[in-house]
Design a binder for this molecule. Structure first.
Ligand code: SF4
Length: 368
């Protein structure tokens, strides 16, 4: 590898030759929904009733729970089993809190429409965030949630307020059930001071293409080097499909961007990430856009994340060795293991060069 000078590259023997059986099994289980759990109150809303009927007709197991925060019917003897079952469970509830959480650095507030997602990226920070509640949750009181968003916008008037729709989820996989992203996009279109930011690894964007978005929504596709996608992002669409979806959205007049994350410092990283930029540059709708943004995030982990990743993916090849990292205290009192300063500097310089060479019109929003 080209970064051997720092001595932290671990060759991954057999990569690319040996098919990852675990990954294939995981991929299969994400495809189908196994059970849907309703809060009784969700049936007071038209969307709740519509979904209740739909899942009955589709013969998906339908269960009830007193609260979307306490779902006890998900089976599993081990952490991993419960996790796999939870990922195949959809909970339909009502969001009652009137507060939105803040969302730095990408927006002012989170827009809570959905939580979690059916994919299983080994590095996903939601594992630690949701602990034993990794099931997908959708809220049926979308109109009420958007009315709260309007209050937040009014409070910041005359400033523009940005909302992040993907802070604790990938909202695209459940959009076919809820239409809540479409509703939020159209809602923001009507807000002179409201803007929406969406991030996704998924590609079913057809239903969003013709919405009247008025340029108030930015759609960022989360991508990575192809080998990273194949090794770690189980149950997600391949790179080519994500780039095609990004081009479709750009063609639909949406502000578009990419989140390249997490960036790994593994053998061959320069070659892999150069290739990624070359592939993006081949899409004229993206490369020639004057408004393409890039968010670049290097890999980091907490002690807690490492523990849960290792219990869910016992054979993980994620680089999680504390010795190779620098410990940095975070703002909430817990620390993160980040790449050492000299490694981050080298990565940043390399990514700057890639942007200048292949996507000179793009704007880097941040490199962290
Ligand atoms: Fe987590 Fe995003 Fe992967 Fe879903 S797609 S598992 S939210 S990183």
């Amino acid at each position: 590898g080209q970064g051997d000078a720092w001595g932290i590259i671990r060759p991954n023997k057999g990569y690319g030759r040996k098919k990852d059986k675990v990954a294939r099994v995981i991929l299969r289980v994400t495809v189908e929904l196994k059970r849907v759990v309703f809060e009784p109150e969700a049936l007071n809303y038209p969307l709740g009733r519509k979904l209740y009927q739909r899942f009955h007709e589709e013969r998906v197991e339908v269960l009830m729970t007193p609260s979307h925060n306490r779902v006890t019917c998900i089976p599993g003897k081990t952490a991993r089993e419960s996790f796999l079952e939870a990922k195949r469970t959809l909970v339909v509830g009502v969001r009652r809190s009137r507060d939105f959480q803040t969302c730095k650095p990408s927006a002012h507030y989170q827009l809570p429409l959905v939580t979690s997602c059916p994919a299983m990226c080994e590095y996903c920070y939601l594992f630690t965030h949701f602990g034993r509640k990794p099931y997908q949750r959708i809220y049926v009181n979308i109109a009420e949630i958007l009315a709260l968003a309007r209050d937040y916008i009014n409070r910041r008037d005359p400033e523009v307020t940005y909302f992040e729709a993907s802070a604790t989820s990938d909202p695209l996989p459940v959009e076919k059930y809820t239409g809540s992203l479409a509703a939020a996009i159209e809602f923001m279109a009507r807000q002179p001071l409201g803007r929406l930011r969406v991030a996704t690894k998924f590609t079913d964007v057809e239903g969003l293409l013709n919405l009247d978005h008025r340029g108030h929504t930015r759609f960022r596709f989360s991508i990575n080097a192809e080998n990273i996608i194949k090794r770690f992002e189980h149950g997600t669409p391949p790179l080519g499909q994500r780039l095609a979806a990004a081009a479709q959205m750009a063609g639909g007049g949406y502000l578009t961007g990419f989140i390249i994350a997490p960036i790994f410092y593994l053998e061959g990283w320069q070659q892999q990430y150069r290739h990624l930029f070359q592939v993006i540059a081949r899409q004229p709708l993206l490369a020639e856009s004057n408004d393409l943004t890039l968010e670049l995030i290097t890999h980091r982990f907490t002690k807690r994340a490492k523990t849960s990743i290792e219990s869910l993916f016992p054979n993980t090849k994620l680089p999680l060795d504390e010795e190779e990292r620098t410990f940095r205290y975070g703002q909430f009192g817990y620390g993160k293991y980040v790449y050492p300063a000299e490694v981050r500097k080298a990565m940043e310089a390399f990514f700057k060069e890639m942007v200048a060479t292949y996507l000179p019109r793009a704007k880097v929003e941040y490199f962290i």
